[in-house]
Design a protein around this ligand. Structure first.
Ligand SMILES: Cc1cc2nc3c(=O)[nH]c(=O)nc-3n(C[C@H](O)[C@H](O)[C@H](O)COP(=O)(O)OP(=O)(O)OC[C@H]3O[C@@H](n4cnc5c(N)ncnc54)[C@H](O)[C@@H]3O)c2cc1C
Length: 460
């Protein structure tokens, strides 16, 4: 039943140089100006499903296999380019993390919609990664992208006109900053013995404007849900998102007063119920429940993160129309709470365990300012010695710090938002450099100095 054709020369469904066809399998209006489109490589779409308008329902597996996309989820931050074929323009978009699949979901193997060859392929990959539910889910999930329709915006208006069954052309994945590495992580002494739990004491404060929420959720997914780096209990990093939107309607996942008519369990009942193997179909069924709040998949996803990580994931909402803006004291409170949760875990703060080398492109703000792009993956694999971390453990603490790290403040959103909070990025020699930290974060840094703690600011 699966129509699976070779999508590119190396047989992956996506690559960074040529655009390949993806089909819109679902479209969800999440606010008056924003929508989520779900995409699957056209080579993996069941034509009958599209004709009947039932793509993603009836237990059809919601996904496809792609090594590049699986690796991108493991990296953490990534985007794809989408092309507007008439105008020949392309813009970047950031896939939202996959929707959680309940652990008791029936596995894909039992589904009659899979041809036996593909069952074997899926089985082989699952066997290789036995027990890693998150990775299985990531490598198979359809891509979901949150788009805001901009007044006069060519690409976003083009996307808003596309419907289920239409084809979009994608290129990527383009890997971004390596948040996991910059934060530092648990490591070994070379003999396999764990000697440090460095990542566990770190925190990320994320200032997101509008659709800038997507990379914030990618980071949460990587640090809290990825089996490869998420630790149990207090050792996980703490993530605090300050999410600014123009309109109240865009504050997805914000706490609401439960409607008296809603049944017990509210939104969370969706995640706890016996699921199919298709999160989209689960969601559609959930929405059909009479008398309950109508919540978007993204609102549910944010609520679910809060529920599963109550002491490690925090999101605060700021709304222009309610005159609720992100102010210095909000940022300082987020920095302080992230820092104090690190300290309450009984460990030293990041700055006291090693010395940041001014020239370290991974941990020094000065060095980061001159980076030509956010492509940390290429820096990681580069043999160039200037691409290595040059920070050193402080004397006497050498055995506790295997891979240095630093707390992060990330800023993502429209150009004006980034400029207001962290200062504009700067074009130099055809590259968009991070440039100096100005704006509100620059002021906080000036005012508080060391008291604000050591934070590396990344503009996205
Ligand atoms: C790495 C990366 C990831 C991105 N991820 C997403 C994403 O997941 N979802 C998404 O909707 N956009 C995302 N964008 C922005 C996206 O690439 C486009 O710029 C956006 O859709 C507007 O394109 P356009 O052609 O419609 O508007 P344009 O004609 O290019 O611009 C119209 C106006 O809108 C402003 N603008 C551009 N983007 C935004 C925005 N996101 N919010 C508010 N104002 C904006 C521009 O400054 C300009 O004034 C991302 C950009 C980058 C660089």
């Amino acid at each position: 039943m699966y129509r699976r054709q070779s999508a590119s020369l190396d047989d992956d469904v996506i690559n960074t140089s040529t655009f390949t066809a993806f089909t819109i399998t679902e479209r969800e209006q999440v606010s008056p100006t924003a929508f989520v489109i779900t995409l699957r490589p056209s080579a993996w779409v069941i034509p009958q499903g599209l004709e009947s308008g039932r793509v993603g329902e009836d237990g059809e597996p919601a996904g496809f296999l792609s090594k590049r996309i699986r690796d991108a989820w493991r990296h953490g931050l990534w985007s794809v380019e989408i092309k507007q074929p008439q105008l020949q323009i392309a813009r970047h978009y950031t896939p939202l993390p996959p929707l959680p699949i309940s652990a008791d979901s029936p596995s894909m193997e039992g589904k009659s919609t899979l041809e036996s060859g593909h069952v074997n392929e899926a089985k082989a990959i699952r066997t290789e990664k036995a027990g890693r539910i998150t990775e299985d889910r990531d490598e198979q999930a359809d891509l979901r992208i949150l788009v805001r329709r901009m007044d006069g915006g060519e690409m976003s208006n083009y996307l808003s006109r596309q419907r289920v069954g239409d084809t979009l052309w994608l290129r990527g994945p383009h890997l971004g900053f390596d948040v996991f590495r910059r934060l530092g992580d648990r490591s070994t002494d070379g003999g396999g013995t764990e000697i440090g739990d460095v990542g566990g004491q770190r925190g990320v404060v994320f200032l997101a404007g509008g659709t800038g929420i997507a990379p914030a959720l990618q980071i949460a997914h990587k640090l809290l849900d990825d089996k490869e780096c998420s630790e149990s209990g207090e050792s996980r990093p703490h993530i605090s998102i300050l999410w600014a939107n123009r309109w109240g309607a865009d504050t997805l996942g914000r706490e609401q007063i439960p409607s008296p008519r809603s049944k017990s369990g509210g939104w969370f009942r969706f995640w706890g119920r016996q699921g199919t193997n298709n999160p989209s179909a689960d969601l559609q069924e959930k929405r059909k429940q009479p008398g309950e709040e109508l919540a978007s998949s993204l609102a549910l996803q944010i609520q679910d993160l809060k529920r599963r990580h109550p002491s490690h994931f925090k999101i605060s909402y700021f709304v222009d129309e309610e005159r609720l803006f992100i102010k210095a004291h909000d940022v300082e409170a987020a920095l302080a709470s992230t820092n104090s949760s690190s300290l309450s875990a009984g460990r030293e703060s990041s700055s006291s365990s090693f010395s940041i080398d001014r020239n370290c492109i991974w941990h020094s703000q000065k060095a980061v300012e001159f980076l030509p792009d956010d492509n940390d993956a290429s820096r990681s694999s580069s043999p160039d010695p200037t691409c290595a971390c040059t920070c050193t453990p402080k004397v006497g603490l050498g055995t506790t710090v295997a891979r240095p790290g630093v707390n992060l403040v990330c800023v993502s959103g429209p150009d004006g938002f980034i400029e207001a909070y962290a200062g504009a990025k700067r074009w130099h020699d055809g590259n968009e450099m991070q440039s100096a930290i100005r704006g509100l974060l620059g002021l906080i840094r000036k005012d508080k100095g060391k008291k604000a703690g050591e934070w590396l600011v990344l503009k996205m």
